[in-house]
Each structure stands twice: as C-alpha cells, then as structure tokens.
Design a protein around this ligand. Structure first.
Ligand SMILES: Nc1nc2c(ncn2[C@@H]2O[C@H](COP(=O)(O)OP(=O)(O)O)[C@@H](O)[C@H]2O)c(=O)[nH]1
Ligand SMILES: [Mg+2]
Length: 331
C-alpha cells in the first residue's frame, strides 16, 4: 500500500488527520523545505537510478542529520527494494524512500512500537525529566501538564531544578499558565528533597500525574549520576514502580551533539524515552531517525514550536509525512 494511503488510514476522522498532519507539516517546515528541494533536484538531475544517484542521496540524508550508520542501512535497503520492484525511473524512488524511512524507524514489524507514555490507570504516575540546560525540559513539562489536564487528569509539578532561582520561577509561571500547582523549595536546596515533597503532596491530594523537573549539569558526570541516582532512590522508596518514565529531553537543533548527550545520560540513568524538542527550529530533523536507530530508545514526544499546544506524541508516519508532504503525489 502506498505511503500516503497508509498514513490516511491511521485516522478515525479526517479532522484528526488534518490536525496532526498540519502540526507536523508546520513544525517540520524547515527540514521539509531543505529536504524536498534537494530530493526534487536530485530526481531532476538523474533520469536513471544508478550508483551515483544513490551516492548523492546518501549525502542529502547525511546533511539532514540522519546519521551515517542509519543512512548506510537505509541506502542498502533502498537499493534492494529498487531492484526488487525493478524501478528504473528516479521519480518513482521518492515513494520507496518514504516507505523505507518509516520502516527503518519502526523496525521490521508493522510498527506499533509502544511510544505512548506509561501512565498508570489507578495510581499516581511519576515522570522524571532529565537533560542538559536549555534543551526544553521546563517548557515540555508545561506543555505536557496542559495536555494531561485537558484529558481530565489531576497534575502536579515539582521544581527539581534547584540550581538556579530562575528555573524554579519559570516552572512556577508554567504552573500558573496552565492552572496546575507547583511544589518548590528555595534555590540551592536538595533536588531529591523537593521531589520527595512533591510525591507526598501528590499522594495526599490524589494527583494522577506528577511531573518532575531536574537540573541538567553535564560538566561533572559523576555529580550528575549521583544526583539522578539519589532522586530515583527517593522516588522508588515512596512508590515501588516509579518513576514510570524517565524522559530524556534533547534539542534537535544541536544535531549530533544531542546523540552524544543521550549516550551520557543513558549511562547515568535508565532512560525510558526521548523528547526531541525544537524540531521547528532546524532543517536537520533527520536526527529523529538517528536517535531511534543508534540508541535504541524510543522518541516518545516531539516539540514542534513554543506554543503550549506544540507538543505531539511522536509518530514515524507523521514525521515522514511532514518531510515528504510536498513531493509525494496523491493517487
Ligand atoms: N522553537 C521551539 N522552542 C522551544 C521548544 N521547546 C522549548 N523551546 C525553547 O527553548 C528554550 C529553553 O527551554 P527550557 O524549557 O527553559 O529548557 P530547560 O533548561 O531544559 O528547562 C526556551 O526559550 C523555550 O521556549 C520547541 O519545541 N520549539
Ligand atoms: Mg528548566
């Protein structure tokens, strides 16, 4: 089945499809523009699908930050598929590239890797946000709080980034903006102690989801590890299966640097999912594929802008649609 057809079939209503498509299209407009221009140009330059065509395609993908080993795998798959389908004309390759990009993200099965957040049905869910300064942890917490609240959940925030007074105030502002309470201590206090208070408050107020902010100092890896380990111990002691998610927030505009941050954090703590922010700010959105393929940690949420509604569950189809929307023909 064609890529576009499959994508449309995922939705129960046309309105929903248009809403999700629209958000991804807008959020990925920089990447799409650069990507579709290059692909169209490539297809115009080559009539025949040959080795040089694939070499140029390889370069385009690498320049979109897809990641070298992911690109190699993709090109190999494409070459096989093109042979199998006996495709000669370069314009037909666009379709195959979009299909293979989804496949490479999702793996061999038809895909439904569980990217939804592990939210408990009838007990408190604790989600810990980690990541270096400036990647968008606090903003993502604000956006997610808004989303959960609009689903009817009781949400509480904890200001575990006690390193700077500004960070506590920023979370507090988000709390006011979306109408949820924030548990906070003063600047310089122990993050584990704030989070402990957050859990206590969440329990006594019958909260559904507790979102915990943390500081992200990477200068000292040992400190970071110790701090995260302590925070996790405190959470585990209060709730045996918690934290239910440890979300590593990465800034898509930092490209390959995001990958190396991810490796460091994965050593420091058990990361259950990735939030990739600022996809709207980069032309190199291909980093999503590199992260999935090279780290083996699912991207669960993507930040597609600064507005409170600019947070979406990651969807490989939507992502590839956002990249190819201009160049795939409707049938
Ligand atoms: N364009 C864009 N900006 C974002 C996104 N997420 C966060 N930001 C911005 O990134 C900056 C740093 O975010 P912040 O939440 O303070 O990062 P933190 O230090 O990790 O808590 C802020 O100016 C946010 O508005 C996003 O998805 N898109
Ligand atoms: Mg912050």
């Amino acid at each position: 089945m064609s890529f576009l057809k499959k994508w449309k079939e995922k939705f129960t209503s046309k309105e929903k499809q248009e809403e999700v498509s629209g958000k991804y299209k807008e959020g990925l407009s920089k990447t799409r523009k650069s990507f579709s221009e290059k692909i169209n140009d490539l297809v115009a330059r080559y009539r025949k699908v040959d080795e040089e065509f694939f070499e140029d395609l390889e370069e385009i993908l690498i320049s979109a930050d897809v990641g070298v080993s992911t690109v190699m795998e993709l090109i190999e798959e494409l070459e096989m598929e093109v042979k199998r389908r006996n495709i000669k004309d370069t314009s037909e390759v666009k379709q195959v590239i979009s299909e293979k990009l989804v496949e490479i993200y999702q793996g061999d099965d038809d895909g439904d890797e569980n990217i939804s957040l592990n939210i408990q049905a009838d007990e408190l869910t604790v989600i810990l946000f980690v990541g270096v300064n400036g990647v968008g942890k606090t903003t993502t917490i604000g956006k997610l709080a808004h989303q959960l609240k609009s689903e009817g959940k009781e949400v509480l925030l904890t200001a575990g980034d006690t390193f700077r007074a500004g960070a506590i105030e920023q979370l507090n502002e988000w709390g006011k903006r979306v109408g949820v309470d924030v548990i906070k201590h003063s600047e310089g206090s122990d993050p584990a102690a704030v989070i402990y208070d957050g859990i206590r408050a969440a329990k006594s107020r019958n909260v559904d989801v507790l979102l915990c902010d943390t500081a992200g100092r990477l200068q000292n890896k040992v400190n970071l590890m110790n701090e995260l380990a302590k925070v996790k111990r405190v959470i585990e002691r209060e709730i045996p299966n918690a934290p239910h998610e440890v979300l590593l927030v990465l800034d898509a505009t930092t490209g390959q640097n995001a990958l190396s941050q991810a490796k460091t954090f994965a050593q420091a703590t058990d990361v259950s999912g990735i939030v990739l922010t600022k996809l709207d700010g980069t032309a190199k959105g291909g980093i999503v594929l590199a992260i999935r393929n090279e780290l083996g940690i699912p991207v669960k949420l993507v930040g597609l802008g600064e507005k409170v509604t600019d947070l979406e569950p990651f969807d490989a189809h939507a992502f590839v649609y956002g990249l190819f929307a201009d160049i795939l023909e409707e049938e």
